[in-house]
Design a protein around this ligand. Structure first.
Ligand code: PMP
Length: 438
């Protein structure tokens, strides 16, 4: 009898809620906005999602990768090495390959003393960004960023308790004069020493799809140099996640190439969009003191990113498959971009401003001011009714910006879906918008 009673009380008792015991960082960490968007997609049958930054599914080179991995695994030396623990900083041969590759592309100043010890491999470039934030940011420190920016990174900085400050962009990327103005304002407020980093995308940005011009790269770097010389060092986190997906081949060299002393810029890249997000690999190259600290922190996270994936990636690069794959997907994304732009032009209101991305996976559209594209607004609702999902522009702004509360922009991703559903989704979105324009 007693046993039965106990069992029942166990079953009816509500389980203890640990939220009262959460750490400060856990309390500041909200679920990523993208998970809410994904839930919408799952709850609406027949919905076409233009929200997720997934890659083209059909071109993922599974057979070619299987062949490369078969060879790697059947060789006892490389196969057994791949199945062993690796180092926290990442496989030395892979780091050497990456540094050499970038050196060949003039990504570094010719005199820059950059070697594999300045490189760390991460579980996606997301982890590199997280480790940099963990290494540098205390509560109330300031991170400068583009407005709009890569929205997932906002959560990283906010969970550290940092204040993010969005700086104006235009169709050429971050505006250096606005950076200068922002720094002046923070100087007057006595907050210069709180600024720890400028997070900046340098190629086919997410969400704008623009590549920062050569002049602006120089201007931004020289502003930061000046502040460093005045005793206010601000780390430039140069996120080049879409470097390999710029359509024309004459894109400028990374800002990192100006960092002759390797003490001002943490450069990051990812293999997610350029090869396969399933590998979950990215890397960072930066000042030795920072890379060493990020490695210490990474040791606490995971002792190193998957060694197996790193060995596989090394084999894929060495076999030439990576470069061949890039040629293929650049063409595919180029065609998808054109298909999307053509359809949008036909079906969107004439006064919608559509930025033409020069690479990457995203199209940024700004509708007339009176239209609110936010997740609680009528347009988002109408889009769901038409069974199409977009990323509301407001999510891409740092909370200090008014656009984070109300925006008339949207981000569309043309990465994953095929051309036909892509056109269909653009038509559906156009139809949803027609309800709100004269
Ligand atoms: N930076 C940017 C600009 C991104 O868009 C993304 C992914 N969408 C990342 C970094 C992180 O990607 P990953 O962790 O897959 O390398």
């Amino acid at each position: 009898m007693d046993l039965e009673h106990d069992r029942q009380s166990v079953m009816t008792k509500t389980s203890f809620n640990w939220s009262d015991r959460f750490s400060e960082i856990a309390q500041r960490t909200a679920p990523p906005q993208i998970s809410w968007l994904m839930a919408q997609a799952l709850e609406t049958p027949g919905l076409i999602s233009l929200a997720a930054g997934f890659v083209d599914q059909k071109s993922l080179p599974h057979k070619q990768i299987a062949e490369v991995m078969r060879q790697m695994l059947l060789d006892p030396h490389s196969g057994q090495a791949a199945l062993q623990y690796g180092t926290t900083q990442g496989d030395l041969d892979l780091r050497t390959l990456l540094v050499d590759h970038l050196r060949e592309e003039d990504a570094f100043h010719p005199d820059a003393q950059i070697s594999p010890e300045h490189c760390i491999i991460g579980s996606g470039s997301q982890q590199i960004l997280y480790l940099a934030a963990e290494a540098l940011l205390n509560q109330d420190d300031i991170v400068l960023m583009e407005a709009p920016t890569y929205f997932v990174v906002l959560g990283v900085f906010q969970s550290r308790g940092a204040r993010t400050v969005g700086i104006d962009t235009d169709k050429y990327g971050l505006v250096p004069e606005k950076l200068e103005q922002c720094l002046e304002t923070l100087k007057i407020a006595g907050q210069l020493s709180r600024i720890k980093m400028l997070y900046l995308m340098s190629y086919s940005t997410n969400p704008l799809g623009v590549t920062l011009t050569q002049e602006r790269r120089k201007a931004i770097f020289s502003i930061l140099q000046r502040y460093k010389d005045d005793g206010f060092p601000i780390l430039l986190v140069e996120d080049a996640a879409y470097k390999r997906l710029v359509f024309d081949d004459d894109s400028p060299v990374p800002i990192k190439s100006d960092d002759e002393d390797n003490d001002q810029i943490l450069y990051t890249e990812s293999f997610s969009k350029s090869l396969s997000p399933g590998f979950r690999l990215g890397f960072g190259i930066g000042p030795k003191s920072l890379i060493d600290k990020m490695t210490d922190l990474k040791g606490n996270h995971d002792f190193g990113s998957g060694n197996f994936a790193q060995h596989a990636l090394k084999s894929v690069i060495q076999s030439g498959l990576f470069d061949r794959h890039l040629d293929i997907i650049k063409q595919i994304y180029h065609q998808k971009r054109d298909a999307a732009l053509e359809t949008l032009k036909q079906h969107f209101p004439a006064d919608a401003r559509i930025l033409h991305p020069n690479g990457g996976l995203y199209i940024w559209i700004t509708l007339p001011d009176h239209l609110d594209t936010g997740p609680q607004g009528e347009i988002f609702k109408a889009a769901l009714e038409e069974k199409v999902l977009y990323v509301p522009g407001c999510l891409c702004y740092s909370p200090d910006r008014p656009e984070s509360r109300r925006s008339s922009s949207i981000r569309l991703s043309y990465g994953m879906i095929d051309q036909e559903p892509l056109r269909e989704a653009c038509i559906r979105l156009g139809k949803a918008l027609q309800r709100f324009v004269g």
